[in-house]
Structures are given as C-alpha cells and as structure tokens.
Design a protein around this ligand. Structure first.
Ligand code: THU
Length: 135
C-alpha cells in the first residue's frame, strides 16, 4: 500500500469512530485529501427521519467546500465490510461535481482497498455540460 493511502486509511478509520449510525449500526469513515495537502474527515450521520442521513464521503466533502476548499486529490472511504466498501450513487455524483479525475479509494478494516478515478465509478454521469443548452 502506498504511503498516501496508508495515511488516509488510518485517518478515515479514526473518523469512523464518530459515526452516528444508531439505525443501521453501519459505521463509515472518510478522509479527503485536498491538492493543498489539507485533509478533511467525515463519518456517516443518520437521523430518525432516515432519508436525511448523510454519508461519510459527503460529510467530508461538505466540510471542505464550506471551508472554501474545492480542489480535491483523493477521497478514501472505509467500513467494516467483506470487500472494500463501494460508495453510494449519491456520493459518486457529489464527488464528481468537483472533478472527474478525483481519485477514490474504497477500503475495509482489513486494509484491503481498490483505487479508481471517480469518472470510472459513474460512467455517463449527468454533468454541467448537459445543461449548456438549457438557456
Ligand atoms: N453509507 C456511507 O456513509 N457511505 C457509503 O458510501 C455507503 C453508505 C452510510 C449511510 C448509512 O448511514 C449507512 O451507511 C447504511 O447505509
């Protein structure tokens, strides 16, 4: 495992401890590395009105964007799963918003991981370009 991924994995595993997931009991952690070297963490946050749940990846992204940081290098997501945890469709779309070449690393607690570019995980995605004729 390269050093960058090992570092992000360690941070995401720690962030996962802050998961608020009393309904699913499925804790997820994320670590988002920005191009300027800053790292934002995230955990999933559930709600009694289930649909209001925010995934770990989006927590990290929204923290970064709300701090004025939108230049992303890599996002790593980790959960206690048999295979490296696949991000949900909503998170794929939200990550893609900030660049189709952002690296995404799927991981589990055993340290198994898979690495992709976000565009590989959302082929044919709806994008800004699709709105160009809309005016
Ligand atoms: N979850 C994430 O945080 N990220 C994912 O990519 C998959 C799903 C959360 C949402 C919910 O709190 C729990 O996992 C079960 O779906």
């Amino acid at each position: 495992m390269d050093k960058k991924i090992a570092h992000l994995l360690e941070i995401a595993i720690k962030a996962r401890e802050n998961s608020y997931s009393p309904y699913s009991n499925f804790a997820v952690g994320a670590a988002l590395l920005c191009k300027n070297g800053e790292i934002y963490t995230g955990a999933n946050i559930e709600n009694v009105s289930y649909g209001l749940t925010n995934c770990a990846e989006r927590t990290a992204i929204f923290k970064a964007v709300s701090e004025g940081n939108r230049d992303f290098d890599t996002i790593l997501v980790v959960a206690d799963t048999e295979r490296p945890v696949p991000p949900c469709g909503a998170c794929r779309q939200v990550i893609l918003e900030y660049g189709e070449d952002i690296q995404i690393v799927l991981a589990n607690l055993q340290g198994e991981y898979q690495q992709y570019l976000i565009k590989e995980l959302l082929p044919g995605a709806f994008s800004r370009k699709d709105m160009e004729n809309d005016f």
